[in-house]
Design a protein around this ligand. Structure first.
Ligand code: ARG
Length: 298
């Protein structure tokens, strides 16, 4: 049975009533060997075709990897593939899950753009090596789903937050809810610049989330405020120019984030988090930053 919640009126549980779920202890990243901007599939890529400094991108990627290592999470590296310039954004090809008994499963994405579809089977190989059971969504029942870019687990809880409207279609969440036997809170995304949930929503710990409020509708904001005690708001310029919501907090303490988001960083520190700034400027040109550059896993 599936359970997809789109407004507060059908929210029938509180955070403390949710089943627990192990927090991921590892992540993988895809090396940017073949990263470039060859086409435009989001507004940030416009005007940037051919505009990636590859050496700089490699250095920045290594900095992000090292920042993750500092938080204590185990980091795996996968190689990229020729003609797949966006594969480095490995938040998108899959959505893994692990239950309390340690059974690992993953749903493979149906990428929205033809340009990115061949990334999915390459990433699937890693899951098979790691002992995951893999699932494929019925493409007759849904048109697209872009993995953890749009579907983010609540920290430590069996609850999925899902964004839809640009890269993922709402009907994908019915299938995901059924496959993982988990409730899904589906949030409609409003602005093309904030085309994935991870561009405007970042869970920091069980009760704290970082958001760019204007990316959501009123219904979505109500749901967010119902399930988090602390909602930290990012100002527009930092959400857009520094992708401040595209941060990652792997251990509920350290926040790896694009450098220069001064207002956001102060708010994070005021809430007790340690900020680890890193420069992802080459990846921002493609519409991605820290969060998109890794996949949390078990
Ligand atoms: N150029 C990539 C695309 O448009 C960027 C993906 C960023 N990923 C993310 N999870 N927000 O697909």
């Amino acid at each position: 049975m599936s359970k997809v919640i789109t407004s507060k009126s059908n929210l029938d549980f509180s955070r403390s009533e949710l089943a627990s779920m192990p927090t991921p202890g590892k992540l993988f990243m895809v090396r940017p060997t073949y990263f470039s901007i060859d086409y435009v599939i989001n507004p940030h890529m416009e005007g940037n075709i051919g505009n990636v400094d590859k050496e700089k991108a490699m250095n920045q990627w290594e900095q992000v990897r090292d920042a993750f290592k500092k938080t204590g999470v185990e980091v795996h590296e996968l190689e990229g593939a020729p003609k797949l310039p966006d594969m480095v954004f490995c938040a998108n090809q899959s959505l893994p899950y692990c239950d309390d008994e340690g059974t690992k499963e993953v749903i493979m994405s149906i990428m929205h753009s033809e340009h990115r579809k061949k990334e999915v089977p390459l990433v699937e190989e890693w899951y098979l090596e790691q002992g995951y059971q893999t699932h494929h969504l019925n493409y007759k029942k849904t048109s697209s789903f872009e993995g953890m870019g749009d579907a983010i687990w609540h920290r430590g809880k069996k609850l999925l937050w899902g964004g839809y409207g640009f890269r993922t279609s709402l009907d994908a969440y019915e299938l995901i809810s059924e496959t993982f036997k988990t409730p899904v809170i589906a949030l409609k995304l409003n602005h093309p610049e904030f085309y994935h949930l991870d561009t405007c929503f970042c869970i920091l710990d069980d009760s704290t989330v970082l958001i760019y409020p204007d990316a959501f509708e009123k219904k979505g904001l109500e749901l967010i405020h119902s399930l988090f005690d602390t909602v930290i708001e990012v100002p527009k310029d930092e959400a857009l120019n520094q992708f401040a919501c595209n941060a990652t907090c792997p251990d509920a303490k350290h926040v790896v984030i694009q450098q220069g988001a001064t207002v956001t960083n102060q708010k994070l520190r005021d809430s007790g988090f340690t900020v680890l700034e890193t420069d992802t400027s080459e990846f921002l040109k493609s519409g991605g930053s820290v969060f998109c550059m890794k996949m949390m896993a078990w």
